[in-house]
Design a protein around this ligand. Structure first.
Ligand code: NAD
Ligand code: ZN
Ligand code: ZN
Length: 370
């Protein structure tokens, strides 16, 4: 066991704190990783606000890169010194999804079995719930070995660590879930880290037009830099009308976008996505709703009559072992600008301030660098 500094959310809505935690030595199938970088994702804020569940205290942070420090028994293909991006869907290889060759839908993903704890007095200490089974706003963290995906060690940690969550979720929502490709039109609602990644992924896939929608004009500027061909400020105009108008300029007769990605995750944005989609198009929900939200009221005949598909995207339906090295390679070739997602590098003590900046729309990603 060793003790390290880490950022926790002790209670609903309370500011985060830096504390000392206990990190057990890795047991069977586990690894301890010395964290190099960890991005501040909106999902960390959801945890802090009690929007995910009530298993406080949470050890926050889950968008990370690092170097493997130690591995436990029964670990193969991973050794101390490996540079890795952490993933939050370590697949089991045995469930129905895995057995039928669709490991991206694994029904039984796993995390480390042992618990990290608060170094709060005598005995074992209070058990921590690591965000998405990772907990990487910490000098070191304990994960399942399958959560470590080896990537090119030459790559900049703060940039490639973002593949661990938001950037992969966004790119995957477009390319994997939405099957975006050349000849397809795309609209993305919400241009935070996830939405802008969906825009970058759509650009990589050759889609056109790529329409960015947000209620914050600053976010739209970033979206344009990252590949959006059109931007729509939905605090000013109706995004459904605008998306239909823009798509019809490119494709005669188009009545919306082929793929509409909701990277906000609210009933009102999902409804906009539903109606901004052309016939037989695809809606992708990648933003995470809170438990109190309901599917908006839509006539069932509209669901039937418009055809197509309404999909959710867990983690961009990625396979970390396939997608992380591929995207790091595109980054190293200069074809995917992961650096552009890093708005600022910060210390462990600045996570609360980073939440504030995220809330005000001042950053795409603040990244803790250790
Ligand atoms: N599905 C997954 O696997 C996955 C992974 C990571 C994050 N997420 C989720 O994706 C969502 C976005 O995360 P993020 O880190 O990009 O957050 P963010 O806070 O950086 O970005 C959210 C963006 O949505 C915009 N927005 C808010 N309300 C809007 C509205 N009504 N219409 C249009 N735009 C609006 C904001 O201005 C902001 O630019 C969150 O819900 C997060 O939890 C999902
Ligand atoms: Zn499985
Ligand atoms: Zn995340």
């Amino acid at each position: 066991m060793q003790q390290v500094k880490a950022v926790i959310a002790r209670a609903k809505g309370e500011p985060v704190e830096i504390v000392t935690i206990n990190v057990p030595d890795p047991g069977p199938g586990e690894a301890v990783v010395k964290v190099a970088s960890c991005g501040v994702c909106h999902t960390d804020l959801h945890y802090r606000e009690g929007g995910i569940n009530d298993d406080f205290p949470f050890l926050l942070g889950h968008e990370a890169s690092g170097v493997v420090e130690a591995v436990g028994p029964e670990v193969s293909g991973l050794v101390p010194g490996d540079f890795v991006v952490l993933n939050w869907r370590a697949v089991c290889g045995e469930c129905r999804a895995c057995r039928r060759g669709e490991a991206q839908y694994c029904f039984n993903t796993h995390n480390a079995k042992q618990k990290m704890t608060l170094a709060d007095g005598e005995g074992a200490g209070t058990e921590l719930s690591p965000a998405l089974g990772i907990g990487a706003f910490a000098e070191k963290t304990l994960v399942a070995a399958g959560q470590c995906t080896k990537v090119d060690p030459q790559a900049r940690p703060a940039a490639v660590g973002l593949l661990g969550c938001g950037v992969m979720a966004g790119i995957g929502a477009a390319i994997n879930t939405g099957a975006v490709t050349r000849g397809r039109s795309v609209a993305v609602l919400g241009c935070g880290g996830v939405g802008v990644a969906a825009i970058a992924g759509s650009a990589l896939a050759g889609a056109s037009p790529i329409i960015a929608v947000d209620i914050d004009a600053k976010k739209l500027e970033t979206a344009r830099r990252m590949g959006a061909t059109h931007v729509v400020d939905s605090s000013v105009v109706d995004p459904v009308v605008e998306i239909k108008r823009i798509c019809a300029q490119t494709y005669e007769g188009a009545d919306g976008a082929d793929v509409v990605i909701d990277a906000v995750g609210r009933p009102e944005t999902w409804k906009q996505a539903f109606y901004a989609r052309d016939l037989a198009g695809t809606v992708v929900l990648v933003g995470v709703p809170t438990p109190d939200m309901k599917v908006p009221e839509i006539p069932l005949i509209d669901v039937f009559g418009r055809g197509g598909s309404l999909k959710s995207s867990w983690y961009g339906d990625c396979l970390p072992s396939r997608d992380f090295p591929m995207l790091v390679d595109l980054y190293r070739q200069g074809r995917l600008d992961l650096d552009a997602f890093v708005s600022e590098e910060i210390g462990l003590g600045e996570v609360e301030a980073a939440f504030e900046r995220m809330h005000h729309g001042d950053v795409l990603r603040s990244v803790v660098v250790l």
